[in-house]
Design a protein around this ligand. Structure first.
Ligand code: SF4
Ligand code: SF4
Length: 502
């Protein structure tokens, strides 16, 4: 493991720092496994753990504290105070004490003023009686040693804040996606003796998910694009520590190997130059840096812009047996929104007020307003909104049928059921499920018996709703002959729809 001095703090920090947001607490023994993973990192030379009361519902700082206590080594940890909510000195001071109590530690070496969105915000935080004063009090009492900040402000604002002389270290997003933007921050930090920790080195997962696009990051001897991206960050001499969130021992091992090299400034410089000169072709996408927060219309811009990245980058997801290129793009956009951000708009009216504030703040100078128009246009054409779903179901169930059948027995049907029950609480038709899979016949699915197709005429439902996305056309071709027997058959999806469930 390599170590570098962290600004003027007198502390040597490991090249790799443990980020504590990606532990898998869903698995059995998730907490204990996360502690063991952190301990293994410490055993291998990591001495910096970045944590916060806000990560993993408060579990992250407990894991960090437990690992530090069990390790018996000198390991540096962070405590954070939210600049948006811990506004007063008392609130900030209380937050520090609460975090230390939760970690079971007498002190944290680094206090991080978190979510500093602008220079003006920072000025407010340092007024008499405001958060910074609470941090100073904690420092005087020995609860923390160094006051730092995690910046979500523009590079110009970060530089202004650093020049106030009030912080000893800064945590910034830095990856191969942003070097041209944040290079001045690194230069100024070095000039002022301010330590730099970097986060988001893998561009929110974008870099490893698109190894072909980012293959230029790899240099001789790098085992993967992800490892190369970490090595590239650390190749900047101004950066002390590169944070990485880890879930498995394999990931930890890969990360450690990326830093398991001797100091070699000439090789580092060559790596930085080689990557930066290849970078110019990759532009125009959201890095997830979050500098656009604060939309007056309440739009989570980063979430939508990152989903729009899917137009430029493939994500390896299924094509759901669709061929139309534009529909496939819509599927990729909505997949990300649905699966990663759990986002579906209530309707397809774009709420953007077109004030332009976000575009002024965007580090990538993205045409956010134009992209939002495009995204909402795509939601509209692909039926991706709560209103579209409600309208579709209302049009299908405009008649109060007595016998309703769904085709097929799947999670998808379950999702359609839940919409149906929510939208039509007073309708109580007799319900059936049909499926071609003979293994499912006779089983009870969501309280409803699964029937074989040859029972269709015997049961004779008023309507069969094909609640299947992937095989919708094939199912329809198979059963459309029953329309001659007076059974209405409808496909729940229009041809240009994206799935309602991924
Ligand atoms: S332009 Fe639209 S998205 Fe951007 S900040 Fe204004 S309202 Fe929000
Ligand atoms: S839209 Fe711009 S400012 Fe916002 S997260 Fe993406 S790159 Fe950063």
């Amino acid at each position: 493991m390599r170590y570098r001095p962290f600004g003027k703090t007198g502390k040597m920090l490991s090249a790799l720092g443990v980020g504590t947001m990606r532990f898998n607490l869903e698995e059995a023994d998730g907490f204990e496994n996360a502690v063991k993973l952190t301990l293994e990192a410490v055993k291998r030379g990591v001495n910096y753990i970045d944590t916060s009361f806000g990560y993993l519902g408060g579990q992250a700082e407990k894991i960090a504290g437990e690992a530090v206590r069990r390790s018996g080594k000198e390991v540096y940890v962070t405590v954070k105070s939210n600049g948006l909510t811990d506004i007063s000195a008392d609130a900030c001071y209380d937050r520090i004490r609460a975090s230390l109590k939760s970690m079971g530690l007498p002190k944290a070496q680094f206090f991080i003023l978190w979510t500093v969105l602008s220079y003006d915000d920072f000025v407010k935080m340092t007024l008499p009686g405001a958060a910074y004063e609470g941090a100073l009090r904690a420092k005087e009492e020995g609860l923390i040693e160094h006051i730092c900040m995690s910046a979500h402000a523009s590079p110009e604002n970060i530089i202004k804040i650093m020049r106030t002389g009030k912080i000893e270290g800064v945590t910034i997003s830095y990856s191969v996606l942003t070097p041209h933007i944040f290079e001045p921050v690194l230069r100024t930090a070095a000039e002022l003796g301010i330590g730099v920790v970097t986060m988001n080195s893998l561009g929110g997962g974008l870099i490893p998910q698109n190894p072909d696009v980012f293959s230029f990051v790899k240099q001789d001897g790098d085992e993967s694009v992800a490892a190369a991206a970490l090595s590239w960050s650390y190749a900047h001499s101004q950066i002390t520590t590169v944070l990485s969130g880890m879930t498995t021992l394999d990931e930890l091992n890969e990360n450690i190997r990326a830093f398991d090299k001797d100091e070699n400034p000439a090789a580092d410089e060559k790596r930085v130059n080689a990557v930066n000169s290849s970078f110019s072709g990759v532009t125009g996408f959201c890095t997830g840096c979050g500098y656009c927060v604060g939309c007056p219309a309440g739009i989570d811009i980063a979430v939508l812009m990152q989903a729009f990245n899917a137009i430029k980058f493939t994500s390896g997801i299924s094509d759901y047996r669709r061929k139309d290129p534009r529909l496939l793009e819509n599927i990729r956009i909505c997949y990300r929104l649905n699966m990663i951000s759990n986002f579906m708009p209530p309707d397809t009216e774009n709420p953007c007020l077109k004030c332009g504030e976000c575009e002024n703040k965007c580090t990538q100078r993205l045409p956010i307003i134009k992209r939002l128009d495009e995204i909402y246009r795509r939601f509209d054409e692909s039926g991706y909104s709560e209103k579209h779903i409600a309208d579709r179901l209302k049009s299908i169930f405009a008649v109060a049928y007595k016998k309703v059948a769904f085709w097929s027995a799947s999670l998808y049907t379950k999702k359609v059921f839940s919409y149906f029950q929510r939208l039509f609480p007073s309708l109580e038709p007799e319900l059936f499920i049909f499926d071609k899979n003979e293994k499912l016949w006779g089983s009870v699915y969501d309280g409803i018996r699964v029937e074989s197709p040859d029972k269709l005429l015997e049961i004779k439902p008023d309507i069969v709703v094909i609640s299947n996305y992937v095989y919708s056309e094939e199912i329809y071709e198979d059963i459309k002959r029953y329309e001659d027997d007076g059974i209405r058959i409808v496909k729940i999806h229009a041809p240009q729809d994206v799935p309602w469930l991924f």
